[in-house]
Design a protein around this ligand. Sequence first.
Ligand code: CUA
Length: 318
Amino acid sequence: MADTNGSFWLPPQSSTVAAASDSLFDFIYWLNVIFFVGITVATVYFVVRYRRKSDDQLATSKVAHNTVIEAAWTFIPLVLLVVCFAWGFRLFLHQSVAPGDALQIEVRAQQWSWGFAYGNGTQTLNELYVPAGRPVKMLISSKDVLHSFFVPDFRVKADAVPGRYTSVWFEAMEPGEHQIYCTEYCGTSHSGMLGTVKVLPADEFDKMYKQGMWPGQTGAGRDPVEWGAELFTSKTCNACHSVDGTRLVGPSLKGVFGKQEPITGGPAVAVDENYIRESIMDPNAKIVEGYPPAMPSFKGQLTDDQISALIAYIKSLK
Ligand code: CUA
């Protein structure tokens, strides 16, 4: 199967379940259109047809009830709603129960990024690598508050709940890239909690899975400052740190390199490579005075190459 175009309302269908999901959407949509038009037309007609024409006209009709009509408007909607429920429940079960041979990937949501942990021991941040044409099961959890993992092109959505695991599965049809959204309001930078599913050809995926390194994790041949600037956005550092001096959840990083920063409950610290690295891996070790201990640890989620590029970029922010 290949990706197909979506509709006016829906994005392209890029997973094996998308077409079935859209059929149900279309059914409910047209059902609503038919009832909306029918009820509106009937209402307008009755208002005009049975309006009170003079002051001495009886205000209310003497008709008490009509068993046939009442039975019809009870039974027909009941059947339609049971059809919607049964159809939706079948799809829900289908998406909830992953095939036995599905590749499992852990999704760890946190304010405000997506961590992914693979069976080969690797981790990535905001970039999810999956093979095309194979079922993948997402085992989802949250480190802090409610989030929700949403890939519109796959028609896949599942809440990330602190203290428990939820799961959902999908099979991407073709290599390509798809947007991940957080679709449960989770604080200041909820709308910036974005990621990308990178669907690789299955053989390419297998090769990288075995060697334990993903394409976006090395900066070979790249300018570190440029790459760092890209990472600063793609890893959602920008959700909490501005680069123009504006105060967000965390301190702005403009001109911060080489400065002395006052630390809550400790001596001031010089912002150098080691302090930045420590702040990424163990953010609560030395918190800049006046800021909350809000940053999660990115230990294991960024490679040494990526951290070096981020440091190079932060150095460049004059
Ligand atoms: Cu995470 Cu909204």
